[in-house]
Ligand binder design. Structure first.
Ligand SMILES: Nc1ncnc2c1ncn2[C@@H]1O[C@H](COP(=O)(O)OP(=O)(O)O)[C@@H](O)[C@H]1O
Ligand SMILES: [Mg+2]
Length: 292
């Protein structure tokens, strides 16, 4: 639904407020959302308990199988940690989910109805899958505020962005996100003057402005100080539940703080999965990853 339609709807609701008896609607008592189709465009159907579903996904680069019959799923609101040695295919998996790389075979679904392999990278981002690359990519010459505002504009497309102004709901949202990413005191600072950790938070904030349903984060605490890492753990714990998160990291104490289920990737497929204690005790995991 476009902001125009939302505004129009809000105006109509306001116009009728007071005219309708408590508990009844204009249409005679039916719930306001009665006419909404079960799987409207933009609605991710998670009634089957999964927001992301990969089955038997494979991709080769010059004959080398970077992803090899990979199967994995994530529940709505889950914070899933992914660990594994360098070259295991963690980043390639994110490339596949976000439409950057096409797999040779396999199934990739967003909810139970959206076949991600049918969509382009930009369309997938629009549908609500946000991705954070390893290096922060904020606009250094812009302030913290401007970066967040821009994230909303660009998400709405170029044409819309020319006439874009924050409405009050979006302004509230921006303020809330500033608080969440610990940058409420730095609104007018140039992004280029932030610490590495703050830049990472700002980029996460830019993703949050687009209200993604699923967030993919590739080594988010690499290069952070211990304190920044601890605050990032807090941040992720507040995001989980409202969003689903997939976090690739090597920092085991960070993983310990945030993790529920940990998936160990190796040679392009799942080697082990369970709590951190379970996978850390797994001989195969120790051999390929932890024991080094
Ligand atoms: N675009 C590409 N072209 C060729 N090889 C690639 C490409 N992307 C990844 N690879 C290879 O696939 C393997 C998995 O890489 P990657 O997904 O980056 O691993 P990880 O993120 O787990 O360290 C590596 O051997 C890497 O060199
Ligand atoms: Mg990687």
């Amino acid at each position: 639904m476009t902001p125009d339609l939302l505004e129009e709807g809000a105006r109509r609701i306001q116009a009728h407020a007071g005219k309708v008896e408590q508990g009844k609607t204009e249409s005679g008592g039916r719930a306001a959302g009665f006419s909404r189709p079960a799987a409207a465009p933009g609605v991710v159907d998670t009634t089957h308990g999964r927001i992301l579903y990969l089955e038997d996904v494979s991709v080769s680069f010059d004959g080398f199988k970077a992803i090899n019959k990979l199967s994995l799923d994530i529940a709505p609101g889950e914070l899933r940690c992914i660990i594994g040695p360098n070259g295991a295919g963690k980043t390639t998996m994110m490339d596949i989910i976000t439409g950057k790389t096409r797999p040779d075979e396999g199934t990739v679904f967003f909810g139970s109805t959206i076949d991600l392999l049918r969509y382009k990278e930009a369309e997938i981002a629009q549908m609500g899958i946000g991705r954070k690359f390893q290096k922060p990519t904020v606009f250094e010459q812009l302030t913290v505020f401007e970066n967040l505002e821009l994230a909303l504009k660009t998400h709405k497309g170029v044409a819309a962005s020319m006439f874009f102004r924050l409405d009050s709901a979006q302004g509230d949202r921006l303020a809330e996100i500033l608080h969440t990413i610990h940058l409420a005191d730095s609104v007018t600072r140039m992004a280029g003057n932030l610490s590495h950790g703050q830049k990472q938070w700002l980029e996460i904030g830019m993703l949050l402005m687009q209200d993604p349903k699923l967030l993919l984060l590739d080594e988010p605490v690499a290069g952070m100080t211990d304190e920044e890492t601890a605050r990032t753990a807090e941040l992720f714990l507040t995001l989980k539940g409202q969003h689903s998160l997939m976090v690739v990291e090597h920092d085991m104490s960070f993983i310990r703080t945030i993790s529920e289920i940990v998936t160990v990737l190796c040679d392009g497929s799942v080697l082990a999965q369970g709590t951190l204690d379970q996978v850390q005790a797994d001989e195969r995991v120790i051999e390929v990853y932890l024991g080094r």
